[in-house]
Design a protein. Sequence first.
Length: 209
Amino acid sequence: MKTPGATEFVPEGADLTQLRRAACGCRGCDLYRHATQTVFGAGPETADAVLIGEQPGDQEDVVGQPFVGPAGRLLDRALAEVDIDRDAVYLTNAVKHFKFVERGKRRIHKQPGRTEVVACSAWLTAELGLVRPRLVVCLGAIAAQAVLGASFKVSTRRGQVIDATDYRVIATVHPSSVLRAPDRAAAYEAFVADLRTVRAQLGKSAAAR
């Protein structure tokens, strides 16, 4: 059965608090059926930078906040290293529900499909419309393609500053890929190098310490 998409669940004229509340009732795709809860974005509505990931993971699904699991802790470390205050940026995901497969008692991340990304896009559009960031940082291919189109390749354009209509965009890898990398130290340094470009673009804005 075709999913309706999130558009009909997004209230007009809502602020972030109202959007977050409305997202709890989203039935725009089938992911809500098995996830614990909607995991909406978090951070100040006045943020100069929005960081977008793929989807919540297992711990995010339980806690209800983005980037609180192992990938989030690595992101925190990297942000601190380049002197970006996590509390001054807005963190969200392209998809707001955890997609997984069960293996015994464990829930294993499963990449969302393009249909689910498109179905959830109305929430991301609403978030970006309210925050109105100067810079959007896409963490991983799913996030980058949600913002820049399905043909975008992080592998060929990571770390580059791209001018979009309402903001600039920098795409890099998702921090979870650093954790899975055969050479984690090298992958982390490359990730930090991309975040240094983010820091340079933000200058002396509120996202910097």
